[in-house]
Design a protein around this ligand. Structure first.
Ligand SMILES: NC(=O)c1ccc[n+]([C@@H]2O[C@H](COP(=O)([O-])OP(=O)(O)OC[C@H]3O[C@@H](n4cnc5c(N)ncnc54)[C@H](OP(=O)(O)O)[C@@H]3O)[C@@H](O)[C@H]2O)c1
Length: 120
């Protein structure tokens, strides 16, 4: 697929595995450079090494529920790249149990808006 993203930089949070990692891989295949984060540094290193076979990848261990952590991540990304676009995984809010929903909203939706705030 050619989405016209070649040369852009994408930030994908929660991307050491699962949907986030697949999104990062797809964006690399579109010709983007990609910045990824997740909490576990070892898993993140493994993902960065694997994804780097497809293009330029920057990773920094970050908990997206920690506002200062997100700011540090975005600052590091801005130092590494000139950021053009953002991407984030979207939670299955409707399927989630009510007790999980607020946490999913916080970690999945708020983190994307924080990334945008800190990049301005
Ligand atoms: N799987 C599905 O069928 C499906 C369908 C629709 C929507 N979704 C939603 O899509 C999202 C991803 O699903 P998935 O199946 O890909 O999950 P997953 O395999 O568990 O991957 C989650 C990723 O997010 C990271 N992560 C989790 N909490 C984090 C935090 N606080 N800060 C930073 N990184 C964090 C994890 O790494 P660390 O644990 O190391 O931080 C991991 O890299 C979820 O919100 C899920 O509800 C899933």
């Amino acid at each position: 697929m050619q989405l016209g993203l070649h040369g852009k930089v994408a930030v994908v949070t929660g991307a050491s595995r699962g949907i986030g990692k697949a999104v990062a891989q797809a964006l690399l295949e579109e010709g983007c450079a990609v910045a990824i984060c997740s909490r576990n540094p070892l898993q993140l290193d493994v993902a960065v090494a694997e994804l780097s076979k497809k293009g330029r990848v920057f990773g920094a261990p970050t908990d997206v529920t920690d506002e200062n952590g997100v700011k540090r991540f975005i600052d590091a990304v801005l130092k590494e790249f000139i950021v053009s676009i953002f991407s984030s995984t979207t939670p299955a809010l409707i399927c989630a149990a009510p007790s999980r929903r607020q946490r999913l909203i916080f970690s999945n939706v708020n983190c994307a808006t924080r990334c945008l705030d800190f990049s301005r």
